[in-house]
Design a protein around this ligand. Sequence first.
Ligand code: FAD
Length: 378
Amino acid sequence: MSQSESPYDKSNPFPATLLKKYDLNGEGSAKETFHAEISLEGSGLSYEAGDALAVVPLNAPDLVAAFLESSGLDGSATVSLGDESSMTFKEALEAKFDLRVVTKVVLTKYAKAAGLEELLEKCADREWVADYAWGRDWADVVADYPAPGLSPQDFVGFLRPLAARLYSIASSILAHPNEVHLTVGTVRYEAHGRAKKGVCSTFISDMWDEGATAGVYFHHNKNFKLPEDGSLPIIMVGPGTGIAPFRAFVEERVANGATGKNWLFFGDQHEATDYLYKSEWDAYLEAGHLERVDVAFSRDQAEKIYVQDRMRENAAEIWKWIDAGGYFYVCGDASRMAKDVHQALIDIAAEHGDMSPEDATAYIKQMQKEKRYGRDVY
Ligand SMILES: Cc1cc2nc3c(=O)[nH]c(=O)nc-3n(C[C@H](O)[C@H](O)[C@H](O)COP(=O)(O)OP(=O)(O)OC[C@H]3O[C@@H](n4cnc5c(N)ncnc54)[C@H](O)[C@@H]3O)c2cc1C
């Protein structure tokens, strides 16, 4: 069966079996990052290094229970969904609706349906909603603004559908036939008196048992691909879970016998507990498949050190690789890290490529256009 003949896609996710999962962080780490190995056996699906996998989560039972308790609604009531199917309200809350994200649109619909005039007025103020919604979920909303007149079917009418989350693929299909691996950072925090969890990351860490299935589909990313010419060097910057696609890239280059040099920058909090896939990188270094690994562990010394600092320390060498036709990739946190890495790259081009800041910016932009500078940031 060819990929295009596979019956599975976004509208019909493949029920994939989890083969194996384990926490990559050592004891005492502030982080929890799961390596998950998922079977594609029987799906007819495949992927390329640089793609992402969407995982369809279920809501955590404690969140559903908190919502039912706060709302006082009957979880065993039957509700009908838009597609003519029906199920119990509890089942619908577990699998179909987003109980975590409180948006202006849904909060407004709730206030209108419940006749909550004061809340409706507040909903007109975008800033108030953003402030109120931060760290709150729908169990908080129904506790803060009770709506005893609403039925389970009313909630089904306005809650948002539960969305799949994307994860950068951490494996090469050449190295792991019929498998796809992920590197998932678990999101947990305390807010408004309750322990809160990221829906999909904790679905993977806490609820998806080995041997059980969950819906998955692929999200192809044509802008984040290895060079076709395997002799070209590549530089990869992937702190934290940003490391995921680079495990795939190196596996793929090794499997293909690509001769181009590979240079990895990795960072996290502590070397002893947070150096993700360290034994694999050590083995690649030893075998000559990785030319260099430069690490930045921010909390192992008084002064914080990040991957962009390591880039600046190695500016001349980075420029040599880029000037030789090398490809540059960054993956991970979009809000700060990727911006700092982008600026470091421009500064390196300006200093070592002897360019004005404007020309260096244009040079990096051109690299991006030519897909020699790939960004997988979130
Ligand atoms: C292309 C792409 C690739 C990705 N690759 C990876 C990957 O390889 N590995 C990975 O782990 N993730 C990856 N992600 C992120 C992933 O898709 C999810 O966003 C992430 O796992 C969190 O989802 P969740 O369902 O667990 O959390 P959600 O239920 O979506 O909750 C996360 C939200 O919780 C809120 N929040 C978080 N902390 C706090 C706090 N302290 N106080 C109050 N509110 C808070 C924030 O609003 C945050 O947006 C990727 C994203 C994209 C778009």
